[in-house]
Write a protein that binds this ligand. Structure first.
Ligand code: ZN
Length: 100
């Protein structure tokens, strides 16, 4: 090998979220973590599993619930505005008659 041209290729430990650890070599030169590996990936285990990394389902639910609340609040607000407008119309109808 020609010196000073190749990256450092040190032994590292890759740790999966399921707890499995693999000792290998890498140019990263530091131990690192992965979310899924051959020991726990549904393709290899044959079991369907909900991949909820970093609480994506919870994130979606909170986002959706916020949207639903907003929609409900918006509907209520529109109804209130409509009721106010109707009141104002009635008041406007009454006002000219009072003057005349
Ligand atoms: Zn794993």
């Amino acid at each position: 090998m020609k010196p000073n041209t190749h990256p450092v290729y040190n032994p590292v430990t890759i740790t999966c979220a399921c707890g499995t650890a693999y000792k290998t070599r890498s140019g990263r030169n530091e131990d690192f973590h992965v979310d899924v590996c051959a020991a726990c990936h549904p393709f290899f285990t044959g079991k369907q599993k909900l991949m909820d990394i970093a609480g994506r389902v919870e994130k979606f639910k909170t986002k959706y619930s916020a949207t639903a609340e907003k929609a409900a609040a918006s509907k209520a607000g529109k109804a209130a505005v409509k009721a106010k407008a109707e009141k104002a119309d009635k008041a406007a109808e009454k006002a000219p008659k009072a003057k005349a």
